[in-house]
Write a protein that binds this ligand. Sequence first.
Ligand code: RIB
Ligand code: CA
Length: 307
Amino acid sequence: MKSLSKIPLIIDTDPGHDDALAIMLLIKSERFDIQAVTTVAGNTTIQNTTNNARYILDLLQSSIPLYSGAAAPLRQKLICANVHGENGLAGAQITKKELLNNLAVTKIIELVRTAPSKVSLLVIGPQTNIALAFKQDLELPKLIKQIVIMGGAIAVPGNKNAVAEFNIFVDPEAADIVFRAPVKKIVIPLDVCNDIFLTLADFRRLKKSKLYRPIMAMMKHYIQGIKIFERTKGALMYDPLAAYYLLNPRAYETKKMDVRIETTSDLTRGMSVADRRNWGEKKYNAHVVTKINRDQFVEDFINTLNT
Ligand code: RIB
Ligand code: CA
């Protein structure tokens, strides 16, 4: 059978337990030519997200280049998450302090321009690096194949304030730049993430995997954090659900929507406002995921990590 050619991909991330699982899924799938992992401040500081990214790549014995990026959002001060613990990856044995080369934006531009319209971006943290790249290179959006974004809350409450999803809450200005940019966007919002979580019993199905012990050590902390701060009884799979779209888009239903980001109101900053009226002039700017085949995701996730 013709071997599938590998999909050129850049992962922009703020590890974070769910980021870690997303990166593991994509690397273990062996379906991607992952040209870079770029880090951004979000779940925790840029030093911690970069240390955590190094830890994940080392766990996978991966030589994928790692480039650190923005230490703060475009305008407001950094507000970190609580669920991931002090260093952003509670339960992981982080031993290295990774050098911050601050090359994320430069490398995103360079790699996309090397293969115009071929490279996909998976953006699973605040969109600061992407916005900086678009500000630096006005042509860049048209040269990107697609951006798959974990972010937004369309018809459900926020998870960081009443209306805002965390990644957009941290840097609404960046998200506004990205959502206005002329590039194909696939958006995986809280609406489809809130009901898909894995329990420790699910993770115990990874017993055969070399990653079993570190994953269990991390998930015990993550599940506890989610229980305390998001009142859910398992590991919410925000970023792995965004990553899985790249592996199996047929497991997803999407709807074209006109999504704008609130950047001015103190009350609703970070809200992703989708015009869902069935009338009125619309400027569709995103394919928003409205349904995911949960069983297919869980089976493929477990089977891929067990390889
Ligand atoms: O709202 C969930 C998102 O915020 C996920 O990407 C999680 O890792 C945090 O970054
Ligand atoms: Ca994340």
